[in-house]
Design a protein around this ligand. Structure first.
Ligand code: NAG
Ligand code: NAG
Ligand code: NAG
Ligand code: NAG
Ligand code: NAG
Ligand code: NAG
Length: 532
């Protein structure tokens, strides 16, 4: 009896050690054998990396501007890491990484990019393999965070707009099949910001790529967004030399006023607005008394005037450009728009996509440039096609989420897109629910930037709570695609001091649009037409 058990255990250990050796040598064999049937594909390397390996991206020569928040954590599991270069035209190409976990679930996942990013999001790759997905990401056709690579390089821009992601998925699926010796079962996508736009681009134009798409804070209307930020710079200025400029103290004051007028609208004063659309604060309450000079306790008339523009839709000659910023987002908003990287994006957009003029400067911005900008941008940067029939008809599912405190990509852009799809497809929310569900996540900043609300929804590495699908938007998507159970809520978690180790401060079920959260009879409830 004892003998028997011991030898069983021994043989289990032996077979798993054997499996491990096979996995390692299969990985090494990829470099020698190449990818069959892909002559434009070159394998840079294929390396076995055991769990806990740390990848030194700087030593590998990854562009410096890509390093930092998206670095890979110590690997959660054993993988075969494959780097490929694929040419996409005579003058362009993409770098693709495919991470193939030893403990493969049979699923395929593509992650997206961010900003003007020519950066592989390594943290997202690690997140994917931690759940057993064969996971791919690309450098989106260039290297580094700026859009300088688009200057007089239409093919590089083409990669950025759609082709890099597309190529990564097509090649990534081939690599996956060759490596494991069988097709993946289901194909998924996870992305936020530009990555959200990329997800929508695939749903609209390449519906065959994915069975399930998680699109976070999509930068729908990417082109118009930069004009709006340029307009904000013009309106507010950069410092006190502009009479309308608001200091961080002024923004804090604005926030206090907004919250004092709006926090109770959802039934509970907790510092979180469950529906920022219901908030219509009277900003004139901020105005300094006549004769008083500007101070930290009040705002001057030019400041209040500018603030109204910040909160109002931006239109030029009757053409809609972008929604105004969200109520409640004030503290993160000024911090975000003045970040050097955001200023660089605005410059890059006009310099390298719109005017092909590297000397173009923010002081030159005129309202009509917003119209020129939209006309000059490739259609893929709008992503406003509302006809999703092809994706629906193939059985695809899309989970769209957006933080209500998003400081840069205004949530109303998502609201409008949802309505646009509903109108184009002549489908009610109940009919859209079959394949498209949208969640407005309260108290949540852009993508992974945190926020006072229950913002941890499983959107990427480190922002997962439990591995229950209720708590994890990626696993929710798997459940929907594979078991037909679409989510009616997405549960968010707020950790104490945003530190998992300190435990859970609170959780909140974020409602499926168009229902909104109301605190009634002592508990949160998803209510449709709550305010009618
Ligand atoms: C392999 O993945 C499955 C889920 O796909 C998980 O349940 C299991 O614990 C994993 N095994 C190892 C050894 O990591
Ligand atoms: C990005 O880097 C790779 C590898 O160094 C290089 O082959 C490629 O040309 C670069 N892409 C651009 C657009 O500069
Ligand atoms: C690194 O990225 C920056 C910003 O995008 C870019 O200006 C620079 O050319 C890149 N360096 C290389 C070697 O590609
Ligand atoms: C608005 O339209 C008028 C008449 O077509 C035109 O003259 C003017 O330049 C336009 N202004 C802007 C900001 O586009
Ligand atoms: C929507 O797209 C499908 C093909 O994907 C097409 O057959 C249909 O005519 C389109 N519907 C509208 C309203 O454009
Ligand atoms: C997800 O959360 C669980 C804790 O429930 C943790 O063990 C796991 O490492 C997390 N995964 C990632 C990728 O953060």
């Amino acid at each position: 009896m004892h003998m028997c058990k011991a030898s069983l255990i021994l043989s289990l250990i032996a077979s798993s050690a054997q499996g491990y050796e096979t996995f390692k040598s299969k990985c090494a064999a990829l470099s020698t054998n190449g990818i069959s049937g892909s002559e434009k594909t070159n394998i840079n390397f294929a390396q076995f990396l055991p769990a806990q390996s740390v990848i030194d991206l700087a030593a590998e020569g990854v562009n410096q501007t890509c390093l930092g928040s998206d670095d890979a954590p110590p690997l959660p599991t054993n993988i075969c890491r494959v780097s490929l270069s694929v040419s996409t035209s005579d003058t362009s190409g993409v770098i693709i990484e495919a991470w193939l976990p030893e403990n493969w679930s049979g699923r395929f996942l593509s992650v997206g990019n961010g900003g003007f990013g020519g950066c592989i999001l390594y943290a997202d790759l690690a997140y994917g393999v931690s759940y057993g997905f064969a996971t791919v990401g690309t450098n989106n056709g260039h290297n580094g965070t700026s859009g300088g690579a688009f200057y007089n390089q239409p093919e590089v821009l083409e990669d950025f707009v759609w082709r890099a992601l597309y190529t990564g998925v097509v090649v990534g699926k081939k690599v996956t099949k060759q490596f494991y010796g069988k097709e993946h079962t289901k194909s998924y996508y996870l992305g936020c910001s530009l990555g959200g736009l990329q997800g929508w681009g695939a749903v609209q134009s390449y519906p065959e790529l994915f069975d399930g798409v998680v699109a976070g804070a999509p930068a729908i209307g990417f082109d118009a967004m930069f004009s709006w930020i340029a307009f904000l710079y013009k309106t507010l200025g950069f410092d006190n030399s502009n009479e309308a400029f608001l200091s961080p103290g002024h923004w804090a004051l604005v926030h206090k006023t907004v919250m004092s007028q709006c926090d109770s609208l959802d039934g509970l004063e907790d510092g979180i607005l469950e529906d920022s659309r219901q908030c219509h604060p009277d900003l004139s309450a901020l105005l300094c008394p006549a004769g008083a000079t500007a101070s930290s306790d009040c705002l001057t008339a030019p400041q209040v005037h500018a603030l109204k523009k910040v909160y109002s839709p931006y239109t030029v000659n009757g053409t809609f450009i972008n929604s105004g910023t969200n109520h409640g987002a004030a503290p993160g908003f000024s911090d975000a728009i003045y970040r050097p990287v955001v200023q660089t994006w605005v410059l890059d957009f006009f310099r390298y996509i719109v005017f092909s003029d590297p000397s173009w400067d923010l002081t030159q911005y005129k309202d009509e440039d917003a119209i020129t900008g939209m006309r000059a941008s490739p259609p893929g940067l709008h992503s406003k096609n509302g006809n999703l029939s092809a994706f629906r008809n193939r059985g695809g599912k899309v989970l769209h989420w957006h933080g209500q405190l998003d400081q840069v990509v205004v949530i109303e852009n998502s609201d409008r897109y949802y309505d646009h799809v509903s109108q184009t497809m002549n489908a009610s929310p109940a009919e859209l629910d079959e394949f498209y569900r949208y969640f407005r996540i309260s108290g949540t900043l852009h993508c992974r930037a945190g926020g006072p609300g229950a913002h941890v929804i499983g959107q990427t590495w480190g922002l997962n709570s439990t591995d229950e699908p209720e708590d994890n938007i990626l696993l929710r998507m798997v459940e929907w695609v594979e078991h037909g159970k679409g989510p009616d809520f997405v549960r968010g978690t707020k950790f104490v001091d945003n530190d998992r180790k300190k435990g859970v401060a609170f959780t909140r079920d974020h409602c499926k649009h168009p229902a909104v959260n109301m605190h009634k009879d002592g508990k949160w409830q998803c209510i449709t037409d709550a305010h009618l």
